[in-house]
Design a protein around this ligand. Structure first.
Ligand code: ATP
Ligand code: MG
Length: 242
C-alpha cells in the first residue's frame, strides 16, 4: 500500500504561499535578537496584525532538551569526564526541533494569516554548527540537507554587532556562559553572519546594524521589515505608519 503524503509547503514552492508573514531575527549571542524580536512583535501588533512571537531552540520537547545542553545541564560521559554533545548531534537536534517548531507553531500561525517572528531559525544552524564542525564549511551541504524541508522565511534580519559589543552585553546581562558563548567562537560567528546571505542564497536576508540604543535599533528593524514586506501590510489595509 502506498501512502501519498503531501510535502510541507515551502514559501519558495512555485506560487504556494501561506497568507501570513514569516520573519526571522538572527545574529551572534548578545546581538539583541530576543530584545528586538519582542519589540518588533509589539510594533507590528500595534498596527493591527495578529503576531506570534516564537524562538529557536523552541519551547517544545526537543527545544527544551537543546536548552539543557546549551545551559550545561546535560553532557556526554567520557573517560576524561563529561563533555559537550558533538556538533553533528547538535545539528540533528536543532533540525528536529525546527521541524517540530514548524509543525506545531509556525505553520499553523502562518496558515491563519498571522505574522510569525522567530528569534533564530536555520541560519543559526548553518552558522553555529559549521563553525563548530571538525570539517568546518565542508559540513554546510549536510546541514542544509537536514533543513531541506524547513519552510523559508519571507524576511531574515541579521543584527550585525561586533563580537566585543555583544560580549559586553552578555556580560552585563549576567548568567552562566552557555556552550557557544566563548569569545573566539563568537568572533568567528560574527564573520559568518556578516555574509549570512551566502548560507541561505534563496532567502531575503537584510542586514541591520545592532549597534546603538535599543530604540534606534528597533526603528531600523521596523523600517527594514516594512521596506521588505510592505505589500503584506498594505493588503491588510493601508501602508504602515513609521
Ligand atoms: N541596542 C542595544 N543596546 C544596548 N543593549 C542592548 C541592545 N540590544 C540588546 N541589549 C541588551 O543586551 C543584552 C542582550 O540582548 P538579548 O538578550 O536580546 O540578546 P540575544 O541576541 O537574544 O542574546 P542570546 O543570543 O544570548 O539569546 C540584554 O541585556 C539587552 O537588554
Ligand atoms: Mg536571546
Amino acid at each position: 500500500m502506498s501512502l501519498s503524503v503531501p510535502p510541507i509547503s515551502r514559501a519558495s514552492d512555485s506560487g504556494r504561499r501561506f497568507p501570513g508573514l514569516f520573519l526571522v531575527l538572527e545574529g551572534i549571542d548578545g546581538c539583541g535578537s530576543t530584545t528586538h524580536a519582542k519589540l518588533l512583535a509589539k510594533a507590528i501588533k500595534n498596527r493591527g496584525p495578529e503576531v506570534v512571537l516564537t524562538c529557536e531552540p523552541s519551547t517544545g520537547p526537543i527545544g527544551s532538551l537543546i536548552r539543557q545542553v546549551l545551559g550545561r545541564r546535560l553532557f556526554v560521559p567520557d573517560v576524561t569526564g563529561p563533555r559537550n554533545f558533538n556538533w553533528s548531534t547538535m545539528a540533528l537536534l536543532f533540525g528536529a526541533d525546527r521541524m517540530d517548531h514548524l509543525d506545531s507553531t509556525v505553520a499553523p500561525a502562518l496558515r491563519a494569516g498571522s505574522v510569525v517572528i522567530s528569534d533564530r531559525y536555520d541560519l543559526s544552524s548553518l552558522a553555529y554548527q559549521s563553525v563548530t564542525a571538525h570539517n568546518g564549511s565542508e559540513s554546510i551541504p549536510w546541514i542544509r540537507e537536514l533543513n531541506a524541508q524547513a519552510l523559508r522565511p519571507d524576511v531574515t534580519i541579521v543584527l550585525d554587532v561586533p563580537a566585543e559589543v555583544a560580549e559586553e552585553r552578555r556580560r552585563s546581562r549576567g548568567g552562566v556562559e552557555e556552550m557557544f558563548e566563548a569569545r573566539e567562537l563568537q568572533a568567528r560567528l560574527a564573520t559568518i553572519y556578516a555574509r549570512g546571505e551566502e548560507l541561505v542564497p534563496n532567502d531575503r536576508v537584510l542586514h541591520v546594524s545592532g549597534v546603538g540604543t535599543v530604540s534606534d535599533v528597533a526603528a531600523r528593524i521596523l523600517e527594514a521589515v516594512f521596506a521588505a514586506a510592505g505589500g503584506f501590510f498594505q493588503e491588510l489595509g493601508g501602508a504602515p505608519k513609521g
